[in-house]
Ligand binder design. Structure first.
Ligand code: PHE
Length: 455
């Protein structure tokens, strides 16, 4: 039943897949979300748990997603249905695909708002708004932006149009081009930022904060901290919602999944750590609070840009690259829904992309209003923005990921998996199978139960 191509197109090479999948993985999750969540839970111990989750839960599930996608060659909903049917398993497994559509929807609605902040910051950086700015001034710039619904609305809309346009053009022409040079450029700039941070005088302190695990940091909320570290691993690797499954469906049957995924996950992790190494020294050198929440990098980095020689140019470049990193991730959030609309509704791709964009754009408006005019409206004690951010990473993605793990480990035919992953039953395959069958499902369940205080 394995078909060799997808109706939506194929990556031009294995390298294109690596670029696109790392384009999906590397994004606001690494540079905006990782530092602020690590900061919320005190640094080192959180980072250690995060790394562990990437290694033993994230990488195996990422391999499973690519494998299932490549086997099914359709949108996650149809892929899961087709694969379930082929195994004589209940077609209810397609719910995994639906859950993924829901997660992608919710994530992109707040993601686009944050990407909008990035756009706004490109403009501020370009007009020299950060020159010699101090901590108080920088915090002021950020809170003024957040308080202004019209500005947020404008930038969120611009970003959603950017995303819709690329997805409308299609995978190879739209997507591949976008990531080719942007990813390497972002990487170089991050290294320069770390080099700058190395001169702030607080570099060692920053490294210590990030890499010395001290479980006392969890201060009686270990369950929640561990859940957040795990959620961050899912979010950062783009797992549990079908984005990577979709990208796997465009991968040639010849490419090695294992090798490619280790490269992609490695790059994603490196970028997150580099972001932490650039940000925390600046945070500590300026006496700022690491746990100040989603505004962390937007309040911190301008101070550094404001002090360094050529800071204005660096600042523009940095926020432009962050914008591109967000763009390539956002594209992958919209792709599964678009592909499904093409497959099941028979719509033209541009129409499908437009519909998806419009719906998410609307939901995004609720997110951005929750930061100002609607700040009183709470669901489960959180505004829409915070709720979507929290619930997708910490609940929906891990649930989706575990279902994928169970399907790949327990339902899918053993030979099929071995053939797709390692071209036979090599020792590496046994390790994967152990991790996917036992470690991921049991691990995630324990983290959930622990977080709600049951164990
Ligand atoms: N991994 C992306 C980031 O780190 C976000 C993302 C999550 C993208 C889930 C796709 C799916 O920014």
């Amino acid at each position: 039943m394995a078909t060799s191509t997808s109706i939506h197109g194929m990556w031009s090479s294995r390298f294109a897949f690596i670029l696109a999948a790392s384009g999906s993985a590397v994004g606001l999750g690494n540079i905006w979300r990782f530092p602020y969540t690590a900061g919320e839970y005190g640094g080192g111990a959180f980072v250690l748990v995060y790394l562990l989750c990437v290694a033993v839960i994230g990488i195996p599930i990422m391999m499973a997603e690519v494998m299932l996608g490549r086997r099914g060659r359709q949108s996650p909903i149809n892929t899961m249905r087709a694969l379930a049917q082929a195994q004589q398993a209940p077609v209810i497994w397609q719910l995994v695909g639906w859950l993924g559509i829901l997660s992608g929807f919710l994530i992109l609605s707040f993601y686009s708002v944050v990407a909008g902040w990035t756009l706004a910051y490109v403009l501020r950086a370009g007009t020299g708004a950060f020159s010699s700015i101090d901590a108080a001034g920088s915090a002021q710039v950020f809170s003024a932006l957040i308080a202004d619904p019209w500005q947020l609305f404008l930038w969120h809309s611009v970003f959603m149009i950017m995303v819709g346009l690329v997805v409308a053009r299609g995978v190879t022409s739209g997507l591949e081009q976008a990531v080719r040079f942007l990813m390497p450029a972002l990487f170089v700039l991050l290294i320069l930022m770390v080099a700058y941070a190395a001169q702030t005088g607080a570099f060692m302190q920053g490294l210590d904060y990030l890499f010395r695990p001290d479980f006392l940091e969890f201060q009686g909320r270990a369950g929640e901290a561990i859940l957040s570290a795990m959620g961050q691993a899912f979010f950062s690797l783009s797992l549990g919602m079908g984005a990577i499954m979709m990208y796997g469906s465009y991968l040639s049957s010849q490419a090695s999944i294992t090798q490619n995924i280790v490269i992609i996950a490695g790059m994603d992790t490196l970028v997150a750590l580099l972001a932490g190494m650039a940000i925390f020294p600046i945070v500590l050198a300026n006496g700022l609070a690491p746990g100040s929440g989603p505004g962390l990098i937007f309040e911190t980095l301008p101070i550094a840009f404001g002090q360094m020689p050529g800071g204005q140019i660096f600042a523009v470049l940095f926020f432009v690259l962050l914008l591109f990193a967000a763009w390539t991730s956002a594209i992958s959030l919209l792709e599964p829904l678009t592909a499904w609309l093409v497959e099941n509704r028979g719509w033209q791709r541009p129409v499908a992309a437009l519909m998806g964009t419009a719906l998410i754009w609307l939901l995004g408006i609720a997110c951005l209003l929750s930061l100002n005019l609607w700040s009183e409206i709470k669901l489960f004690g959180k505004g829409f923005f915070d709720l979507f951010d929290y619930a997708t990473s910490n609940i929906l993605l891990p649930v989706g990921g575990v279902l994928i793990a169970i399907f790949a480990g327990w339902v899918l035919n053993r030979q099929v998996a071995a053939e797709e992953l390692t071209g036979g039953e090599h020792p590496g395959y046994h390790l994967w199978r152990f991790l996917i069958r036992y470690v991921s499902p049991v691990g995630v369940t324990i983290v959930f139960l622990n977080a709600i205080g049951l164990i």
